[in-house]
Ligand binder design. Structure first.
Ligand code: MN
Length: 223
């Protein structure tokens, strides 16, 4: 990836994640506020789960990254740049924490109270073109996400021609390093669902797809 692509991707990711690009930011990385109250996704995701997931896990990645980045070139970088540069440098400790912050920022925005209803307009057209119909898309997204072996993420993504697909990534991995633009994600690390669903990952994924997905966010990311 050359520098121009690197910067373009960084800016695209900033827009995609719904967070303003910060030029000349203060040193360090922040935990963005949740886009809703901690009980707003109940009963699909309880306030108890959000309390640990956002309040402990997500915050933990921010604290870890700030410790790891201190005194390095990463300290004054935007989050997106830190994700991409650490991926390029194969700096696993920085990448794992930076990417997990980015993934969680994106995950909270991929969900909304009373979400999940079938999108219309441009998004539905794209889904029909790319998957055949809504039911085939829904099944592909659920099956792909549920089948991620161990910790990771399910994603709805667009390629550079605008074709949609569903992929899964392991651990902290992000679609951007594969040249794919993320539209929505579902966290399938056990901390995302174990308090509410125990081992029933499929029940969690089905409930998220049907009741929480934020299609306005997906449309914004599609551009
Ligand atoms: Mn998580």
């Amino acid at each position: 990836m050359d520098r121009r692509d690197f910067l373009a991707l960084g800016i695209g990711m900033t827009v995609a994640a719904g967070f303003p690009s910060i030029i000349g930011k203060a040193a360090g990385f922040d935990l963005p506020p949740l886009p809703y109250k901690d009980d707003a996704l109940a009963p699909v995701i309880s306030a108890n789960t959000i309390g640990f997931h956002y309040g402990k896990h997500h915050r933990g990645y921010v604290d870890n990254l700030n410790k790891l980045a201190k005194g390095t070139e990463f300290e004054s970088m935007g989050l997106e740049s830190a994700v991409l540069l650490s991926a390029k440098q194969k700096n696993a400790p920085i990448f794992n924490n930076a990417a997990q912050i980015w993934n969680h920022n994106f995950y909270w925005n991929s969900l909304r109270p009373n979400g999940g209803s079938k999108p219309s307009g441009k998004l539905l057209e794209k889904i029909n073109e790319s998957f055949g119909d809504w039911d085939k898309f829904r099944k592909a997204f659920a099956d792909t996400t549920v089948s991620q072996f161990g910790t990771g993420w399910g994603w709805l993504v667009a390629d550079n021609k605008g074709k949609l697909s569903v992929i899964k990534t392991g651990d902290a991995d992000v679609p951007m390093t594969q040249g794919l633009k993320p539209l929505l994600t579902i966290d399938v690390w056990e901390h995302a669902y174990y308090l509410d669903y125990q081992n029933r990952r499929a029940a969690y994924v089905d409930a998220v797809i049907d009741k929480l997905l934020n299609w306005d966010f997906a449309l914004k990311n599609l551009g």
